[in-house]
Design a protein around this ligand. Structure first.
Ligand code: WQD
Length: 365
């Protein structure tokens, strides 16, 4: 199947593109590289042994996005592209609404014009707000506690109303819990820009010696060890969930929602201990105040995805940490810097595909 992937050079996007290519799909990636590097896709092509279309296109560039969809004629779209830093969204809400919500509107218009109405949307457990009803069900009431989370909630609601207005749409809202880990090769992984907002990449940078100590945001929660508990899910399991959802949408209409989580939680201190054990490095930490907006616990009820999609997470915390550490050790400074905006479309294509500029196309499934 021809699949267009927005944000396909990013952390979850690149791992999903790899699995799409290995499954024989033909993939076109659009990405503005604001929080990713073409290097991730170059490595994906190397790992997959097949080519990928790539275009430096911003969600807000309606004309070029339309052009790519009319050229590539995707049969489905997986939509990862979006800003996702909670703190930044509080400081710059309009930037988040414009990029995430208006950008998604542009994508939906372009899909409609290209007669493509099958969409997998990268949603988030953040739409459950500060719900204390655990485990979180797809039917758990939604709310938003910050502009980032509200953009995800608004997009979910837009998609529900779009599907209600036109039965030709087939949509999956995938609510990720806490994506972590990396491909077992250590060639692709999470490469946060600047100071990591999230726990796992921060701990990894402490273990490799880039940061002094982990700040544990509060140890007075009502959890076993007092620190925050989250449902960490391996990025390869997450990617597999996207392919399972894509298969399901081939024979369905309307909007479907699935939690993509393991169903079990790990505390901050458990994550730190796992990293120290796996890396053999000290991981110093200090207890600080709670971070505003954090909930004590969050973990999924994963049963719906298992029943509908035949999908469940296979990898545990130890594997997540091992793969994350392998990526970190091989890439202590993440992907090499590359100003992708200096590459014209052909140069970008040649860079990703290798100097020859051509890779054999995968056979269609
Ligand atoms: C996990 C736990 C912190 C950092 C966020 C977004 C969510 C999704 C995943 C995009 C919490 C604690 C963290 C640190 C710490 N992103 N922590 N010290 O907040 O569950 O979810 O990322 O979709 O939308 O909200 O993840 O990794 O930031 O925090 O103690 O330096 O680690 O308090 O308990 P979170 P996180």
């Amino acid at each position: 199947m021809r699949v267009l992937v927005t944000g396909g050079a990013g952390y979850i996007g690149s791992h999903t593109v790899l699995q799409l290519l290995k499954s024989g799909h033909e993939v076109s990636v659009i990405d503005n590289f604001s929080n990713s590097s073409p290097e991730s896709l170059r490595r994906v092509v190397e790992l997959a042994g097949t080519g990928v279309n790539i275009a430096n296109i911003d969600l807000l560039d309606e004309g070029r996005m339309q052009g790519e969809l009319l050229r590539f004629r995707p049969e489905a779209v997986i939509h990862f592209a979006g800003l996702k830093a909670v703190g930044e969204s509080v400081a710059q809400p309009l930037k988040y609404y414009r990029n995430n919500v208006a950008g998604t509107l542009n994508l939906l218009d372009a899909m409609d014009a290209a007669e493509c109405r099958t969409l997998v949307f990268s949603s988030s457990a953040t739409v459950y707000g500060e719900s204390t009803e655990l485990p979180l069900l797809e039917s758990t009431p939604r709310s938003a506690t910050n502009p980032y989370g509200r953009t995800k909630l608004h997009i979910e609601e837009m998609l529900e109303e779009l599907a209600a207005s036109d039965e030709r749409w087939s949509i999956a809202n995938l609510r990720y819990f806490n994506p972590v880990g990396a491909h077992e090769s250590g060639m692709i992984g999470e490469d946060p820009q600047g100071i990591p907002n999230n726990l796992m990449p921060y701990v990894s940078q402490v273990a490799i010696g880039k940061r002094d100590a982990v700040q544990v945001f509060g140890n007075d929660y009502g959890t076993a060890d007092g620190t925050g508990v989250r449902d960490y899910i391996h990025v390869l399991d997450l990617a597999a969930g996207h392919l399972a959802a894509l298969d399901y949408l081939a024979d369905s209409n309307g909007v479907n929602v699935w939690n993509l989580g393991t169903g079990s939680g790990s505390s901050v201190l458990e994550v730190i201990d796992a990293f120290a054990r796996v890396s053999g490095r000290p991981v110093p930490y200090r207890i600080t105040d709670r971070r505003p907006g954090d909930v004590a616990e969050s973990y999924a009820h994963p049963e719906k995805a298992r029943l509908d999609l035949g999908w469940k997470a296979e990898r545990g915390l130890e594997q997540m940490v091992e793969d994350m550490w392998h990526w970190q050790e091989k890439n202590p400074d993440g992907f090499p810097d590359l100003d992708s905006n200096k590459l014209d479309p052909q140069e970008l294509r040649n860079f990703v595909l290798g100097n020859s500029g051509e890779k054999k196309r995968p056979k269609k499934p």
